[in-house]
Design a protein around this ligand. Structure first.
Ligand code: ADP
Ligand code: ASP
Ligand code: MG
Length: 411
């Protein structure tokens, strides 16, 4: 019998009628002869009673609450969801057992709020599957070796699902969500974005890492490491979704790609803090070393670094603003901070070494009169830092510039 993991996101389990639809997917897999493990996210979105953001809003002094206590609170959202969904499954006569992430064997480090999985102990789940029981696992959480509850970073139920898929040698991990697959851009910004039928781990990792929250980048990393096929699909339609699996890349085996279709997707990340930092006048030439060591020691990870002899620009996530400012003050550096920034990126394995791609990015920005504040690139990405107000316009302009609304011709 094949093992399949079915993960259902927050909107899929938001209310009773949607949970009934979810139960039908489980019934369908069982009828097809599969052994099913269900992974759930907390129910709904901010404002819904037990959603992750709603729980977070309960503690007005979230910054002062120890991270370990925040994790205890947040883990409740997925536990509630698992118990409630299990009741729907029982009504369909499915034998089920609810487990916390820790009970399901997910062991993590002690980095509360963004813990990494160290190991998955699959025995408990294997025994349940052998007995014909469907485990319903609370996503987004694990436990340390000492038994303390941790969470895996926002969006981390995807990570739970793929980690369990790897440990149980699942034939597929189905990530059920509210869109019918991974699209060429966030459909909330580009309504006519196309669903990509297949992708390799590299491109989707880049898309996810640069903001596409449809799947968590760590889930993709684990999938790649253990060659777990992942399918992103809609809970509410029969569409095929997007298959992420080895050898599903958009390049042909020789690496060719029609230059007109070299870009696979556009993604964006809202709300970044940009800093312009200058060293104190008397400081020696190694000021950048001193600066970045100090930031690192205080747990600040920086992004989009543009270093010049007398100043440096970089970005940090908004939640790191306070600690960044404090560090800069402590070491006597001058700075300006801008809180209205966003970054927009193009991703495509085929852009490496392809002349004209940067020119087309610039053309799209020029035609839309969008000012570029910083940029960065890698072999398969180009990222622009922009004013937040231009983010949506830039995503739409790049989507059009790279013909992403058109079907990619087969090579
Ligand atoms: P879930 O609660 O099911 O995990 P998420 O909100 O985490 O759902 O992810 C689904 C959302 O991701 C979609 O509603 C969509 O707005 C957003 N999204 C961002 N980029 C993309 C993309 N490239 N393709 C599809 N969805 C995207
Ligand atoms: N509920 C968690 C979050 O909102 C985890 C998830 O949805 O994957 O981040
Ligand atoms: Mg998600």
């Amino acid at each position: 019998m094949a093992i399949v993991i079915q993960k259902f996101g927050g909107t899929s389990v938001r209310d009773a009628s949607r949970r009934d639809v979810v139960a039908q997917w489980v019934v369908k897999a069982i009828e097809a002869g599969d052994q099913v493990v269900v992974v759930v996210s907390a129910m709904g979105r901010r404002g819904d009673p037990y959603a992750t953001d709603t729980l977070l809003d309960l503690i007005t002094d979230a910054d002062l609450t120890p991270a370990a206590e925040r994790d205890l609170l947040l883990s409740c959202g997925e536990i509630i969801s698992a118990v409630v969904l299990a009741s729907h499954l029982r009504r369909q006569d499915i034998p089920v057992k609810v487990l916390t992430g820790g009970e399901a064997g997910i062991i993590t480090d002690g980095n509360f709020g963004d813990a990494r999985i160290l190991e998955v102990q699959p025995k408990v789940l294997q025994n349940l599957l052998q007995d014909g029981v469907v485990p319903v696992v609370a996503g987004f959480q694990g436990r340390t070796v000492e038994g303390r509850v941790t969470t895996l970073g926002r969006g981390g139920s995807d990570t739970t699902a793929v980690a369990l898929g790897a440990a149980l040698h699942a034939v597929v991990v189905d990530i059920f969500t509210d869109v019918d697959g991974i699209k060429t851009a966030d459909p909330r910004i580009v309504p006519d974005a196309r669903t990509i039928s297949q992708l390799d781990y590299d491109e989707i990792f880049q898309l996810a890492n640069l903001g596409a929250r449809v799947i968590h980048p760590r889930a993709v990393e684990i999938g790649r490491q253990f060659s777990v096929p992942i399918r992103v699909r809609s809970t509410f339609s029969e569409s095929q979704g997007t298959l992420i699996a080895p050898g599903q890349g958009t390049l042909d085996p020789w690496g060719h790609r029609d230059p007109d279709h070299a870009v696979t997707g556009i993604t964006q990340l809202d709300h970044l803090m940009q800093f312009r930092v200058t060293p104190p006048p008397a400081m020696h030439k190694d000021w950048a070393y001193h600066l970045f060591m100090s930031l690192g020691e205080n747990g600040v990870s920086v992004d989009l670094i543009n270093l010049f002899p007398d100043q440096v620009y970089f970005c940090v996530p908004p939640e790191k603003t306070q600690i960044t400012e404090q560090t800069l003050k402590d070491i006597g550096f001058g700075y300006e901070a801008y809180d209205d920034r966003a970054k927009v990126s193009i991703v495509g394995s085929a852009i490496q070494g392809l002349p004209g791609v940067v020119g087309r990015v610039m053309a799209a920005m020029a035609q839309s009169q969008i000012e570029i504040l910083q940029s960065a690139d890698s072999h398969s990405t180009i990222t622009l830092l922009l004013h937040r107000r231009n983010m949506e316009k830039a995503v739409a302009a790049l989507h059009k510039q790279f013909h992403l609304d058109e079907e990619v011709p087969k090579t």
